[in-house]
Design a protein around this ligand. Structure first.
Ligand code: 7PJ
Length: 275
């Protein structure tokens, strides 16, 4: 994982493939819930160029329901163990629960991706104890009462400045508590408590996040912002998602969390060839 971060820092792009093991996950409808399907999908994404597989058991998309600790553990841990048996690909655990993070690390995950930026009690401690790379994502969930309600009324004076300050502040807190600065990745959190205009501003001003001293992870893949902009269903958002990745690349982003690995890698390889 450290090598991957070094590559990002030296200007190379890296793709993280999304592996949802949530029955209600919106873009693959739970198709990969079964262990062997999850493994096949992970290996396919690795084959297509994903250097990290991001495994999430709790759907964090707006409007979804939270699940219990036991259920989340039952969904993700066997998948991590299965992938570990068959591949050396880096695994990131997409969770906000410290117990899930700890169990995932034990099972072989080497990165934590938390859409709540380690706000849950004990989450920061787990990450500091293990000193592993962590993605801190901006999300107003804590102020707005969870994914069931967060989209109702997003309101910013200046979304880019507010997200920037939040990420800087959050990174500072983590460092103060003992996290190594080199292990911090930041993410503006497309779609989390943001409307279309907010999301487009984040993309338009991506260079502002990239100017901070941390690698920036971009998660726009198949998101509803494209549904709103283009009136496209989830399965029709490939071109927009890939184009957004290209735009983010051109503004300095190098780390991409995507469903469509092969297509995104093609687009990013072209970007790199002309940079
Ligand atoms: C993101 C994420 C994102 C990071 C999800 C979805 C919703 N983690 N987890 N960034 N989104 N770091 O994939 O549409 O944007 S779940």
């Amino acid at each position: 994982m450290q090598k991957i971060l070094e590559r990002i820092r030296s200007g190379h792009w890296v793709v993280m493939g999304i592996l949802n093991v949530t029955p209600d996950s919106f873009s693959d409808g739970g198709k990969y819930s079964h262990l062997n399907h999850a493994l096949t999908h992970a290996l396919q994404m690795q084959d297509e160029g994903a250097e990290i597989i991001d495994i999430g058991g709790e759907s964090t998309r707006p409007g979804s329901k939270l699940i219990s600790l036991t259920e989340e553990l039952q969904r993700v841990i066997p998948v991590i163990e299965k992938i570990r048996e068959h591949s050396k690909v880096a695994i990131s655990i997409d969770s906000s629960k410290p117990q899930v993070m700890a169990a995932a690390i034990e099972a072989g995950a080497t990165m934590v991706n938390d859409v709540n930026a380690l706000h849950a009690e004990g989450a920061l401690d787990v990450c500091i104890e293990h000193q592993l790379p962590v993605c801190l994502m901006h999300n107003l969930m804590y102020k707005r009462g969870g994914p069931e309600t967060m989209q109702n009324n997003p309101l910013y004076e200046n979304v880019v400045d507010e997200v920037t300050s939040y990420l800087i502040e959050r990174a500072k807190v983590c460092i103060k508590r003992g996290m190594r600065k080199e292990n911090i990745i930041i993410d503006p959190g497309f779609g989390f408590g943001k409307n279309l205009k907010n999301n487009l501003s984040l993309l338009k001003e991506m260079q502002q996040f990239c100017a901070l001293d941390y690698p920036v992870l971009v998660g726009v893949s198949r998101k509803s912002m494209f549904g709103h902009l283009l009136a496209r269903d989830v399965e029709e958002r490939l071109i927009a998602s890939t184009s957004a990745a290209v735009i983010a690349y051109q503004k300095g982003a190098r780390f991409f969390r995507v469903h469509d690995v092969a297509q995104t890698c093609d687009a990013l390889a072209l970007c790199e060839a002309v940079t």
